[in-house]
Write a protein that binds this ligand. Structure first.
Ligand code: CTP
Ligand code: MG
Length: 183
């Protein structure tokens, strides 16, 4: 029994460490967000907004910057490098990819007729994981191979653990009056 718990604990520790730049980028985009929307208020052919007011330049830049800063700190903290060693490319692609995934998700949300902030279960929670992984795989395939593909259980842990973490962060964000909806 103890072994199962310690294995799960280890998986969550390692998954959180490797995903930390993305985990930071997503909520800090909420903190820094506001101002000019990325679609500049423009509509798509279907009459709905391209991305909507929930995707702003400030959120994208602020969130990416925070994720990258955390990644730099992680590179410095060599005592924790047993959890994974980042490359400069990977901290950028994990942070920016997370918000790119979130942005692309909003594009499809609008095409499906969901208003800004509408709930889109699982997609809202895993969009940024998909974005972070795909961009990292595209620009730093060796790092992605060594840290994720080589450990499929870490990937499974990220997929199962992220929705829980996301839910928790959004509830906190909602009560801290940073987010309009608790999801
Ligand atoms: N945010 C931002 N810029 C981004 C991402 C997020 O400004 N690139 C801010 C916005 O204030 C947004 C909030 O963070 O309202 C919450 O983000 P999210 O839940 O991703 O957006 P929603 O408002 O729910 O919009 P959507 O329906 O498009 O997902
Ligand atoms: Mg939302």
């Amino acid at each position: 029994m103890f072994e199962i718990f310690s294995t799960i604990f280890w998986l969550i520790m390692k998954a959180s460490w490797l995903m930390l730049p993305a985990y930071i980028a997503n909520p800090t985009a909420v903190v820094f967000g506001g101002g000019t929307p990325i679609d500049l208020g423009k509509k798509w052919k279907d009459g709905h907004r391209i991305f909507g007011d929930g995707k702003t330049f400030r959120g994208l830049v602020g969130g990416t910057a925070c994720g990258v800063v955390i990644g730099f700190i992680q590179i410095q903290v060599t005592s924790l490098s047993f959890l994974g060693i980042f490359t400069f490319v990977s901290i950028i692609t994990l942070s920016f990819g997370a918000l790119l995934g979130d942005l692309i998700k909003s594009f499809f949300k609008r095409r499906l007729g969901y208003e800004r902030g509408a709930k889109f279960p699982l997609v809202d929670q895993l969009d940024f994981v998909a974005g972070a992984w795909l961009l990292t795989y595209a620009f730093d395939p060796l790092w992605f191979q060594d840290n994720f593909i080589a450990y499929p259980w870490i990937m499974v842990t990220v997929i199962l653990f992220t929705p829980l973490l996301h839910r928790l962060t959004n509830i906190i964000g909602y009560y801290a009056k940073l987010k309009k909806e608790p999801w």
